[in-house]
Design a protein around this ligand. Structure first.
Ligand SMILES: CC(C)(COP(=O)(O)OP(=O)(O)OC[C@H]1O[C@@H](n2cnc3c(N)ncnc32)[C@H](O)[C@@H]1OP(=O)(O)O)[C@@H](O)C(=O)NCCC(=O)NCCS
Length: 184
């Protein structure tokens, strides 16, 4: 992460650029290991200026972008809602999306985004962060473990028509001191 990169809450005017980043980073990460027709279905349902604008304006979501001189380099989205049964918590917050553009992998931006997620969740009085990560995403799993998440179960995530197994991971350390743990 460089000094000029900032992480901020997304606004409606970010929708088009965010949609482009979101689709590109999903395809970069998972395109090679999914059928083109499943990928196309997933992208059509998930990405587009109107879709991302709706998400940015949705009170049940909080979307953050990392922005530098070259534009957006990553984003994350938190979601409030009913979690799967394996997630046991009074006030859970889901990390629904968490993506860093490939040139920024391994450079600390992901840690900065995670600190933002933890800090924002704490301001909303969350007692647990949870997420689903594809079982065939070893880098993502390793990153989340580094950030203090542990596997508590699994659920099915549909990519197009392909039912994939996502590991469910949680981290209960939310709140004061959240950003001075061993990972960042
Ligand atoms: C997941 C993601 C945000 C992590 O950010 P990052 O900058 O790559 O994270 P880091 O480099 O700090 O950490 C990744 C860890 O995985 C390790 N790793 C890399 N490739 C790996 C692999 N094939 N198998 C296992 N571990 C791997 C790295 O060595 C590193 O661990 P270390 O710091 O102990 O060496 C980023 O890789 C990304 O955006 N990936 C594509 C999208 C994605 O998968 N998002 C998550 C969806 S749930």
């Amino acid at each position: 992460m460089t000094d000029e990169t900032i992480i901020r809450r997304a606004v409606a005017d970010d929708a088009a650029a965010l949609a482009a980043l979101a689709e590109r980073t999903f395809i970069d990460a998972f395109g090679a290991r999914n059928r083109p027709e499943d990928l196309a279905l997933h992208c059509a349902a998930s990405y587009g200026e109107a879709i991302q604008r709706g998400e940015i304006l949705d009170d049940a979501l909080a979307t953050f972008v990392a922005e530098g001189s070259g534009g957006f380099s990553g984003y994350l989205q938190l979601a409030w809602g009913t979690p799967p049964p394996d997630i046991v918590s009074a006030r859970p917050v889901e990390i629904r999306r968490f993506y860093v553009d490939a040139p920024w992998h391994g450079r600390g931006l992901a840690q900065a985004l995670m600190a933002t997620a933890v800090e924002f969740a704490a301001t909303r009085d969350a007692d647990l962060l949870w997420l689903g990560v594809w079982e065939e995403n070893p880098r993502g799993i390793a990153f989340y473990r580094k950030c203090g998440f542990a596997v508590v179960g699994s659920h099915v995530f549909l990519v197009g028509s392909d039912p994939q197994r996502d590991l469910l991971m949680t981290r209960s350390r939310v709140g004061a001191g959240a950003s001075d743990g061993p990972s960042w």
